[in-house]
Design a protein around this ligand. Structure first.
Ligand code: ADP
Ligand code: MG
Ligand code: ZN
Length: 484
């Protein structure tokens, strides 16, 4: 059934910044250390401890904001967001409220070939809370442990406009956000480990209606696929509520990934519930424009622009350019290879066709290719060998595999394995003669006009030479000798 409804979606994403130390103390941010190993009076919220701001976190937040096309406010304000939770020992979170770090940005998304800009309302900085670990639920023998290692880790919150219209668009928005943050090396984008978290605000309205419907906020979604599923579930649920004469209640709902549904958690809190006020322990946050300019100049090229450049400069298809810019490391791999051998398109084909398959088979994370056994220098070397006619394209496939397996240079591999292409005409002629002698019948048929069996002879020569014969020379000599 087609409903006359459309979905209205806005995403609030939290990204953990990749600083070594926390936002307001020098404790380590390392993931997976022993519980409470990385704590001090500041991040434990002990009375009298005072915050000291981490400048690297600001640098990363500014980078992210610029990458999201935002305008940076040279002066922003820290605010206390007050609420009680066992893993929030201060009783408040240091965040930003009415004066955020950055505003008015956008992410360009593309779904089903249609491109559109999704506005970003704001990017603000805040500290993370600790973690509660529940054990034994729902038995009577239950306990909760508190781990404050995450308490005080720097986050940015990225709030989108309610301009996303489908779960597919939400997925694409998230994928691009993650990619931008990864390109900038400000967040590792790992949703499973919680370094990128996303809440989805969802409402529906009748198509043509101007006013937004009542929204619910979906929390606890820890993968891209679940974001899509949770939104789809919630859109259908809301439509059903309205269709059956009810009203959507503004509330926070949790995504239950086992049951694949959302369940009501609490009525939605409003900003005034948090009693925001400027943090008296911290001066306004100043990002002066000269410094922002320096950061701007150090920004790497971002995925969208790199993708478009690959299409133009290297004549790659949109699909190929998209794949090859998945990560900055992969795009760098291509460009380094292209620079070394001068053949970007060929390099792209080898990467798309063979290298990505090796990486996939070996579960290589494309974010970091610094340990790749096959390097741009090796790939460029191999492409040059094909170019010079030292090896055939077919042999090159074997060399690719061998390079990946052994990490050896292409030149060394072809010498060790005797893979050098046979281009010597006399040698090929000798082999051709032998093949013709061994196959009098096909030769006779060919000479009587059944020239369609030419490929048979080529195949025989290739077989006899282990695929090393130069195909062009083989063709020429075969044609000549078969003519009689
Ligand atoms: P809060 O501070 O309570 O979370 P905001 O007004 O800051 O609320 O909005 C949070 C998110 O909700 C934003 O991403 C915004 O785009 C989205 N949003 C606001 N209204 C709606 C709506 N009616 N339907 C869907 N999303 C909405
Ligand atoms: Mg919210
Ligand atoms: Zn600390």
């Amino acid at each position: 059934m087609i409903h006359p409804y459309e979905a209205v979606i806005g995403l609030e994403c939290h990204a953990q910044l990749l600083t070594k130390s926390k936002l307001f103390c020098s404790c380590s941010t390392k993931f997976g250390d022993a519980p409470n190993a990385n704590t001090c009076p500041v991040c434990l919220g002990l009375p009298g401890a005072l915050p000291v701001f981490n400048r690297v976190a600001l640098m990363m937040a500014v980078k992210a904001s610029l990458g999201l096309n935002c305008k940076i406010n040279t002066e922003s304000q820290w605010a206390r967001k007050n609420y009680f939770y066992p893993d929030l020992p201060k009783g408040y979170q240091i965040s930003q409220y009415d004066r955020p770090l950055a505003q008015y940005g956008f992410i360009e998304i593309r779904v089903d070939g249609k491109q559109k800009k999704v506005g970003i309302q704001r990017v603000h900085m805040e500290e993370d809370a600790g973690k509660s670990l529940h054990e034994g639920f729902p038995d009577s023998n239950r306990s909760t442990y508190l781990d404050f290692n995450r308490s005080g880790v720097p986050l940015i919150e990225i709030v989108s406009d309610p301009y996303i219209r489908s779960s597919a668009e939400a997925y694409d928005y998230l994928a691009r956000l993650k990619q931008i943050l990864e390109y900038l090396s400000v967040c590792d984008g790992n949703m499973e480990e919680g370094s990128l978290r996303c809440d989805a605000n969802v409402s529906v309205r009748r198509i043509g209606e101007q006013k937004f419907g009542t929204r619910t906020e979906l929390k606890n979604i820890n993968s891209f696929r679940f974001v899509q599923k949770a939104i789809d579930y919630e859109v259908n649920r809301q439509i059903e509520v309205i269709e059956s004469g009810g009203q959507v209640v503004q509330e926070t709902r949790l995504w239950n990934s086992l049951e694949e549904r959302t369940v009501s958690m609490r009525s939605k809190e409003e900003a005034h519930d948090y009693r925001y006020f400027p943090d008296p322990d911290l001066p306004p946050l100043v990002a002066d424009s000269e410094w922002i300019k320096t950061i701007q100049q150090s920004m790497p090229e971002l995925p969208e622009s790199r993708r478009e450049r690959f299409m133009k400069e290297y004549a790659l298809s949109e699909y190929d350019a998209g794949v090859l810019t998945t990560t900055r490391a992969l795009a760098d791999f291509l460009e380094e290879t292209a620079k070394l051998c001068g053949q970007a398109k060929t390099a792209a084909n080898w990467i798309m066709g063979d290298l990505l398959r090796f990486y996939n088979d070996n579960n290589v994370n494309l974010k970091d290719l610094s340990n790749s056994p096959l390097t741009p220098t090796m790939l460029a070397g191999m492409i040059s060998l094909v170019d010079k006619g030292t090896i055939s394209g077919k042999i090159a496939k074997t060399v690719m595999e061998e390079m990946y397996k052994s990490g050896k240079d292409p030149q060394q591999i072809i010498e060790e394995k005797g893979l050098v292409q046979i281009s010597n005409a006399a040698e090929i002629e000798r082999i051709v003669n032998q093949i013709l002698e061994e196959n009098p019948k096909p030769v006779q048929q060919y000479r009587l006009g059944k020239t369609g069996n030419f490929g048979f002879f080529v195949g025989q020569v290739m077989k006899a030479t282990g695929g090393r014969a130069n195909p062009q020379t083989v063709n020429e000599i075969l044609k000549k000798r078969l003519a009689g």
